[in-house]
Design a protein around this ligand. Structure first.
Ligand SMILES: NC(=O)c1ccc[n+]([C@@H]2O[C@H](COP(=O)([O-])OP(=O)(O)OC[C@H]3O[C@@H](n4cnc5c(N)ncnc54)[C@H](OP(=O)(O)O)[C@@H]3O)[C@@H](O)[C@H]2O)c1
Length: 311
């Protein structure tokens, strides 16, 4: 489809440079014109003819001109960690966008996160502002969708991809608690496909989105060792020891892992089932892990088959 045949326009807030944003570019661009708000240039956006609005969304006072001719807003912007004032400014910027969308009657798709343990829901600005904004979207009177994926995977992801590189590089990998808790990783490309459908016809609903299957965390880390040709070797930490380690790394300025992410993982609440609104086949995680290992090692790795599923 050429540019002139694209009949709808999306305002992609947070842009096409992040994990989900990159997948959204590919899913939207064949049939939608994209207008994209974010701070750093993204080469793929230029290739696809995306109009880049180079800005920190927290600083935009008047969203009116950016919404002119827009059929749907999709927000993927959020920080992985930060102080209360940092999240408050982001929340206020998004709230101005929501008010402008309401004035212009533009439907709103908000990408959020699944329910977390109570102490996190109320204890960290990452989640308190997220829930406050989700609530504002629900109360806006606009057609909306709130999409809450569990941990996503895809090229350049900061979870499974980083774990694989860490396992390849270091002799030991930290294991928080017994590793019996579960995850159901979902492909960013599958979430993107769902978001595009929802932008076209927002159901005014909240959708939790997991991957094809649930796996025991330790089975996934064992698989990562196997893929890079190593025997699993763990640095065993108690659950509280794991949180303390992440807190220490965080205090030293590391962005690899945050203490709340460890708490969330340990809570065994991340293994969501797929959404019944997902159209078409979903991508399993095993081929992705193998591709990432091959990319990392620069050579073929054996096909190890499906991971054991843990209901
Ligand atoms: N990754 C996961 O596994 C996961 C799981 C569940 C839910 N989520 C949610 O899904 C959404 C997308 O996640 P992601 O992992 O794709 O995020 P990401 O890779 O961190 O990308 C976020 C994007 O937002 C943009 N952004 C951040 N702050 C901005 C600001 N103030 N103004 C303008 N743009 C800003 C960034 O672009 P610039 O730096 O160019 O501005 C970045 O490309 C987030 O809401 C996240 O909470 C993610």
């Amino acid at each position: 489809m050429t540019g002139s045949e694209r009949s709808r326009t999306v305002l992609l807030v947070g842009g096409g440079g992040g994990l989900l944003g990159r997948a959204l570019l590919e899913e939207f661009s064949p049939t939608w014109t994209i207008r994209s708000v974010h701070r750093s240039p993204v080469a793929r956006e230029s290739t696809l003819g995306v109009r880049w609005i180079a800005a920190d969304l927290a600083g935009i006072r008047d969203w009116g001109p950016h919404l002119d001719g827009v059929d749907a807003v999709v927000n993927v912007a959020w920080y992985r960690w930060g102080s209360d004032p940092r999240f408050r400014l982001l929340f206020e910027g998004l709230h101005r966008l929501l008010e402008a969308s309401r004035a212009a009657r533009v439907p709103f798709v908000q990408v959020s996160v699944p329910p977390a343990p109570a102490q996190l829901e109320t204890g960290i600005p990452y989640l308190t502002y997220k829930r406050r904004f989700d609530g504002a979207v629900r109360a806006s009177g606009l057609p909306y969708a709130i999409v809450r994926p569990t941990l996503m995977f895809g090229p350049g992801d900061v979870l499974l991809g980083v774990m694989l590189r860490t396992i390849q590089r270091y002799p030991f990998f930290p294991m928080f608690g017994d590793g019996e808790y579960r995850i159901s990783p979902v492909a960013a490309s599958d979430v993107a496909r769902l978001v595009v459908d929802l932008a076209a016809a927002p159901p005014s609903a909240t959708l939790d989105v997991g991957g094809l299957a649930s796996y025991r965390y330790r089975d996934v880390t064992d698989r990562l060792f196997e893929l890079v040709g190593k025997r699993p070797r763990y640095w065993h930490l108690s659950p509280s020891g794991g949180v303390r380690l992440a807190r220490l790394l965080q205090s030293l300025g590391s962005t690899r892992l945050y203490a709340y992410e460890v708490e969330w993982l340990l809570s065994d609440t991340l293994a969501l089932p797929p959404s019944d609104r997902m159209r078409g086949p979903m991508r399993p995680v095993e081929p992705y892990l193998r591709e990432e290992a091959e990319r990392l090692l620069g050579r073929p790795v054996p096909e190890l088959g499906p991971l054991a599923v843990r209901a």
